[in-house]
Structure formats: C-alpha cells, structure tokens
Design a binder for this molecule. Structure first.
Ligand code: TYD
Length: 241
C-alpha cells in the first residue's frame, strides 16, 4: 500500500532522526519502506551533496534551483515513482518544499520560477503527508552546530587526508554566512506553505523530545495508512503489503 511522506524543516530540526525512527517502525509493522534523502540517494544527488559540502564558493540562487531540481528529477523518476507504483511507503528527508523554502523564501528567487522547476522535477507528484518540524531559528542553529562538533570529535583520528575536515569547516561557514535572517525567512516560508495547504502539512513543534515527536509523527502516518487501506478495500483490492 503506497504512501508518500516527506519531512521538512530548518537546520537542526531533527528531521533525519525522525525519518529513521519512522522507517524502522514501518518496517517492523511489515510495510515495505524506501527512505530517500535530498540531496542524495541517487548518483547525481550524492554528487551534489558532496559538492555543496566541499565548495567554498557560493552558488547563485538560480544555480541552486536548477541543481536541486536536476537531482530531484533523477530521484523522482528512478526511485520515488517506481517505489510508489510497487505499493511501497516512501519517506523523504526533504523534498521539493525545501527549494521553495530555501531558494524561494530564503534566497528570494521568484516563487513562480520555483513552482515551474518543482512541477517539472516532481512530475507533479507531491507527498501525501508532509511534516514540518518547526523550531526557532536560534535553537535549530545551535543544535546543528553541536551536531557538527560531535561529528568532528567522533571522526577525530579516523579522518582521511582528503579534506573531510575542510568539508565540515565549510559546512559550518555555510551556516554562518547564510545568517540568521536567511534562516528566519526559510522558517516563515515553511509556515506559509503549511498554512496554505493544511490537508497535506502537519506542523510539529520540534523543540519537544524525540520520543514525543516520534509519537505524533506515527499518529498521523498510521491514520494515513488506515485511510489508504480503506480506499483500497472500497475498490475491491487487497491492501497486500
Ligand atoms: P543537509 O546536510 O542534509 O542538511 P539538513 O540536515 O538540514 O537536511 O544539507 C541539505 C542542505 O541543502 C540544507 O541546508 C538545505 C539545503 N537545500 C536547499 O537549499 N534546497 C533544496 O531544495 C534542498 C533539497 C536542500
């Protein structure tokens, strides 16, 4: 039984942890789950991720739109759509709403251009449920910095010579250079998107504990699965997952 779920939020909102908890729980219950990450998952997506992490020269906002859209086109056509057709549950750690929030609201690329890029990249397939893990910008940025330095400590001693240290430093610089104002625009942008489409979005306060958050995510996902099962039964098809 297919269901498409995405998790969105600013830096340090805990999306990736929640994506992992959700995927484990779905798998335990017998669902076939595919977890994807943006940028990432496909060859092109992984290249884009490494490129963004290692470069020190900022891209123009327009180039970012095209790069994220190109990687998303690959992801949607090669992984997301086939998985949904096979009746799997797809959990996406970021999707097209990230481009609207970051490049549209954050970097001020006109929203009509973002819409066109997203329409083409997604083939019109938007998630059934999108969670916004909303956290005040200062708290999120602090969490993200703590995470970066924890990773730094963990990697000490086994870091290869090819510059992963440099990559982490440039990640840190990315947070700094983007500035708090940028991250506030991203957060406000997300909240506007959620308010505009309340049937798809679920806004959760990401400053609550991991467990509580996971509970609320599961509550909504299990309702989505029930609705899908009922619809399939109504059509005379077995839910068969
Ligand atoms: P990542 O390390 O995955 O950050 P996070 O853990 O917050 O998801 O890096 C993804 C970065 O790319 C993040 O800063 C958001 C940005 N991004 C965009 O600006 N636009 C997009 O369309 C996507 C998918 C990501």
């Amino acid at each position: 039984m297919s269901l498409f779920i995405s998790l969105e939020g600013g830096e340090g909102s805990g999306k990736s942890t929640q994506a992992e908890i959700l995927c484990d729980r779905l798998a335990q219950q017998g669902y076939r789950v595919v977890r994807v990450q943006e940028p990432g998952t496909t060859d092109l997506g992984n290249h884009l991720r490494s490129y963004l992490k290692s470069t020190n020269s900022p891209l123009t906002p327009e180039a970012e739109v095209f790069l994220f859209a190109a990687a998303r086109s690959e992801l949607v056509r090669r992984i997301v759509l086939p998985a949904l057709e096979q009746g799997k549950v797809v959990v996406a750690d970021r999707y097209a709403d990230s481009t609207t929030a970051y490049q549209g609201y954050g970097r001020r690329v006109p929203l009509r251009n973002i819409r066109s890029a997203n329409d083409l990249a997604t083939a019109g397939r938007w998630p059934d449920i999108t969670f916004l893990l909303d956290v005040p910008v200062e708290i999120g940025l602090n969490r993200a910095r703590v995470q970066t330095s924890l990773d730094d400590d963990r990697d000490d001693g086994q870091r290869d010579k090819d510059g992963s240290k440099r990559a982490e430093e440039s990640d840190e610089q990315r947070f700094e250079s983007a500035g708090v104002g940028f991250h506030k625009r991203v957060r406000d942008g997300y909240l506007k998107l959620a308010a505009r489409e309340p049937e798809r979005w679920v806004v959760l306060d990401a400053s609550m504990t991991e467990d509580l958050l996971a509970h609320q995510v599961w509550d909504r996902v299990s309702r989505g699965l029930e609705i899908n099962a009922t619809e399939l039964e109504g059509m005379g098809r077995l839910p068969g997952f």
